[in-house]
Structure formats: structure tokens, C-alpha cells
Design a protein around this ligand. Structure first.
Ligand SMILES: *Cc1c(COP(=O)(O)O)cnc(C)c1O
Length: 389
């Protein structure tokens, strides 16, 4: 008897429900900001990657609108065919200048930048060492490349050294890949030690600055600048969609690397160029990052303020180690995290539950913005104290 070849999908979905792993979207109305309308109610927004509060900034909106008027809505083709505009080069030069690299190239998303770059750099004869907590785009880029992958324990430099000593000589090229700010934890990779190991074992190092660009470093250049590693040779990837409040990704590095990627990264060659609106918004955001360091200073003040008043409250919460505006409270199960997320939302705090398979252990994730006011942060701690009493 023929069976329905799609029946398994419903069963699989039922399994997801049973594990409390089911996910669905929630609708936001109006402009993004420190407070948003979530399903019709105003909530304080601790769920956004818009660290500098630029996604609703009138200057970005004006730049995007002007670009649409001048260049239209779509890029109409890939960069190598009909999609390339001077605006794209301006943005790439601005990224290279922020990062102090020879050149940069923009992709249609950070995800595509990672997938395209990793697959261009390594193949079947090569070896990837990947931090266990890396973002999905690094992990899937690694799988797609066909290289041999070993995940090393989170931020464990000694374990990484052991793997390199044992395996490096068996492969042609070796690539170490890591988030700089870990997106679901908030801690930083041990960048100087990773760079030293990469040099010692003749490996390439690719770092993902998605949550660091605009946030860390004296000029907002990221974790690389924070650790004083600017100018050393490696590959920096990031997104235009977090602190830069637009959409798209980038790779920054040597002119040779960037030229190679324009010839070899399939997710750059075979996809449509960034839209004029996204390009113009990101370009304006980079100018603001460079001209208004007070936004970054305010963000870090907010981080310090939250940590300070959390310490004064006798909360029984386990705060995961963090050196970024991302703060996570560990919870025993996915069901607990979901329940806490719902209670917070009912009390006017938007802070999502992050569950497996995104992370190994469930948690509530808070991300701070430069535009949060002290009253917002106070309210957060007050509600956390009630929910986790
Ligand atoms: C968000 C994120 C990405 C993906 O960037 P998009 O531009 O949103 O595709 C890649 N890496 C990390 C670490 C991220 O947090």
C-alpha cells in the first residue's frame, strides 16, 4: 500500500512540540527601538541586535529613501553582471577603513559571507577547526566546504593546540573559525592566543565579528580592535544587520583575499547584489559609528549599570560569563525558559527564551542597546526579581 511520503513532516513537528523546541514568529509593529509594539502592546525591547539604536534613526531612513529614489528598489543582477553600483564600492571602502584592512567585499547577508568564504578557502584536502559554540553560518559553511571538521571545546586554546599538533601535518590547508563575540552567550574568543596558534601552525584564521562591529573597540571596529590585533593577517567577517542596522554581510582582509573571493565565493558570484536602500543605510551607519563614539560609550554604560544593579539584587539567577552587551540567564530546561520568556513578556519585558538546538542549555537572552534608558534597565531587574523570586 502506498504511504504518504510527506506524513513524516507532521510527526516530526509533533516531536518538536513535545520537546518544547517549537518556534513561531511574533509580530512587531512600528519603528524598531528600545521599546517596541509587540503584538499590540508596548514592551521594553531586550531582544534586538540593534545595539546602537540606529535601525529607526531618521538619517538611515533618509539615506535609504534617497537611494531608492535615485537607484530604484532592486539591484537587478549579481555584482559581476548588472548589479554593481558605485554605492557598493563606497560601502566596501568604508568597511575597509573602519577595519583598517586593505579591502572589503559586501555579501547579501552575513550568513552568505561565511558560507561563501569558507567554501572558497578550503576543500576536501583541508582541515577546519571550529569552536563548539560557533554560529550556524560558520558550521554550515564548514560542512559545505567538504573539509574535515573538528570542533574544539568552547574557547579552549590548549585543546586547539593539541588538535593542531596531532592533525595539522595531515592536511594541505588549515582554517580556524570562530565567533569573536559568541552570539548566544556573550563571551569573547581568546583572539590573541588564536592568532598566535594560527601563525605557529601555519593556519588561516577566520573570525566572525557579527556582534562586535560597532560595539567593541575604541573606534567600533570590533573585537579585533578591542584586543589590539588590528593589522595582523587574518580574515574578518561580519554583518551589516546588527549594530549597522541594515542588511548584508562583509569580508575584510588583504586586497588579494578580497580579489580571490570575488572570483571564487559562489554565494557572492551567483546572488543578487545588495539593494540600494540597504547599501545606503549601512554606509550611513558606519559614518555614525565613526562620528558618534558617545553611542558606544552609552551602550557600555548601560551594560555596566545593569550588571551593577543585578549584583545589588539577591537574585538566584545564573548569569553566563559575558564581556559584551549580550547577557544570558541559564535555566534548567526548555520548558522553564519558555515559561520565563512568557512571564517577562506579560510584564512588559521582551527577552527571548533561547533553547536547543540553537544552544546546548536553555536560557533567557538579554541584549542591551545604547538607547535604553536607566528606567528601562531598572524595570528589567525589578521584573526579573519577580519572575525568578
Ligand atoms: C547574525 C549572525 C550571522 C548572520 O548574519 P546575517 O547578516 O544576519 O545573515 C553570522 N554570524 C554570527 C555570529 C551572527 O550572530
Amino acid at each position: 500500500m502506498p504511504t504518504n511520503p510527506y506524513a513524516w513532516i507532521e510527526e516530526s513537528l509533533a516531536t518538536i512540540h513535545r520537546a518544547d523546541w517549537y518556534r513561531s514568529v511574533q509580530t512587531i509593529h512600528g519603528l524598531p527601538g528600545a521599546t517596541v509594539l509587540l503584538e499590540g502592546r508596548e514592551v521594553i525591547n531586550f531582544a534586538s541586535n540593534d545595539y546602537l539604536g540606529l535601525a529607526g534613526d531618521q538619517r538611515l531612513i533618509a539615506a535609504a529613501s534617497a537611494a531608492v529614489q535615485e537607484f530604484g528598489t532592486g539591484a537587478t543582477g549579481s555584482r559581476l553582471l548588472s548589479g554593481h553600483r558605485e554605492l557598493h564600492r563606497e560601502l566596501e571602502r568604508a568597511i575597509a577603513s573602519l577595519k583598517q584592512t586593505e579591502d572589503a567585499v559586501v555579501f547579501s547577508s552575513g550568513y552568505l559571507a561565511n558560507v561563501g568564504t569558507i567554501t572558497a578557502l578550503v576543500g576536501k584536502r583541508d582541515f577546519i577547526l571550529s569552536d563548539q559554540y560557533n554560529h550556524s553560518s560558520l558550521k554550515n559553511g564548514a560542512i559545505l566546504s567538504g573539509a574535515t571538521i573538528i570542533e574544539y571545546p568552547h574557547c579552549d586554546v590548549e585543546a586547539l593546540r593539541t588538535q593542531l599538533s596531532q592533525h595539522r601535518q595531515n592536511y594541505r590547508r588549515c582554517l580556524i573559525i570562530t565567533d569573536t563575540v559568541f552570539s548566544m552567550d556573550g563571551d569573547l574568543c581568546p583572539l590573541p592566543a588564536l592568532l598566535d596558534l594560527a601563525e605557529e601552525f601555519s593556519c588561516m584564521l577566520l573570525v566572525d565579528e557579527a556582534h562586535a562591529t560597532g560595539v567593541l573597540g575604541e573606534t567600533g571596529a570590533g573585537c579585533v580592535e578591542h584586543f589590539g590585533c588590528t593589522g595582523r593577517q587574518f580574515i574578518q567577517i561580519g554583518t551589516l544587520s546588527k549594530a549597522l542596522a541594515s542588511l548584508g554581510g562583509y569580508v575584510a582582509g588583504s586586497a588579494t583575499l578580497i580579489d580571490f573571493l570575488r572570483n571564487r565565493a559562489p554565494s557572492w558570484i551567483y546572488t543578487t547584489a545588495l539593494s540600494p536602500a540597504d547599501t545606503a543605510a549601512a554606509l550611513t551607519a558606519i559614518k555614525i559609528v565613526q562620528q558618534e563614539p558617545q553611542r558606544r560609550a552609552q551602550l557600555w554604560q548601560n551594560v555596566a549599570y545593569l550588571k551593577q544593579i543585578m549584583q545589588q539584587q539577591p537574585l538566584s539567577l545564573i548569569l553566563l560569563p559575558s564581556e559584551s552587551p549580550i547577557l544570558c540567564f541559564q535555566l534548567p530546561s526548555a520548558a522553564d525558559a519558555l515559561k520565563a520568556g512568557k512571564q517577562l513578556k506579560a510584564a512588559g519585558i521582551f527577552a527571548p527564551a533561547i533553547r536547543p538546538p540553537t544552544v546546548p542549555t536553555s536560557r533567557i537572552r538579554i541584549s542591551l542597546m545604547a538607547t535604553h534608558e536607566s528606567a528601562h534597565i531598572h524595570k528589567l531587574v525589578e521584573i526579573l526579581a519577580q519572575v525568578f523570586a
